[in-house]
Design a protein around this ligand. Sequence first.
Ligand code: C5P
Length: 226
Amino acid sequence: KRYFALIPAAGVGARMAASSPKQYLPLNGVPMLQHTLEAFRRSALIAHTYVVVSAADGYIDSVAPEGGVTVLRCGGATRMDSILNGLRAIRAEVRDDDMVLVHDAARPGLTPALIAKLISAVGEHEGGGLLALPVVDTVKSTRSGALETTPRDGLWLAQTPQMFSYALLLRALALAPDPNAITDDASAVEMLGFSPKLVEGHPRNLKVTLPTDIAIAEMYLGQDSK
Ligand code: C5P
């Protein structure tokens, strides 16, 4: 099998409230996206990496995607649109049964070891799979108006990479009803009746979302990783 990485990096990072888009914020002096790309560059299992940025992106060239990375300037209005546009853009370069690992630019703590763990644990599972973390906190919901508690048992937090065959992922995202309701790729695949495999990830693979996440990401990035 061949494994390709597709990295949506066309967001504006509104919750970060910073001057540059969050995927370019420096972490230990290096733009976030560069750390993210590095995990795939160092993985011997990845055939090629594609990164999706917005057409107006003025930063990507300085992140020096030298060798091994193709920049696709086809970002869309939502994460799902960016991924769908990216999948369509690489149509001629991949086969239906090639595996695509979708990974958020905003998760710079990914390591080659986690990529290898996902690929080996998912194996030939037809619904693909994703890294995820068991929930450690008790979960409270105010969704219905009245406060409710959901037992944390059996609850997981979805991370990325999320890996599916090219054909399945394209079909799932193309059929998904509402791009805004799709915050990860697995949920679109689940809507087709598949059950993606959950593979335990690692806290260092956190999504950098809020300003307080930066110091945590920098701490993990300062550690040796394989
Ligand atoms: O905003 P959030 O952190 O949930 O975004 C997840 C990932 O999706 C980020 O890497 C972001 O750059 C990407 N994204 C995108 N196109 C959008 C919105 C988000 O590629 N329109």
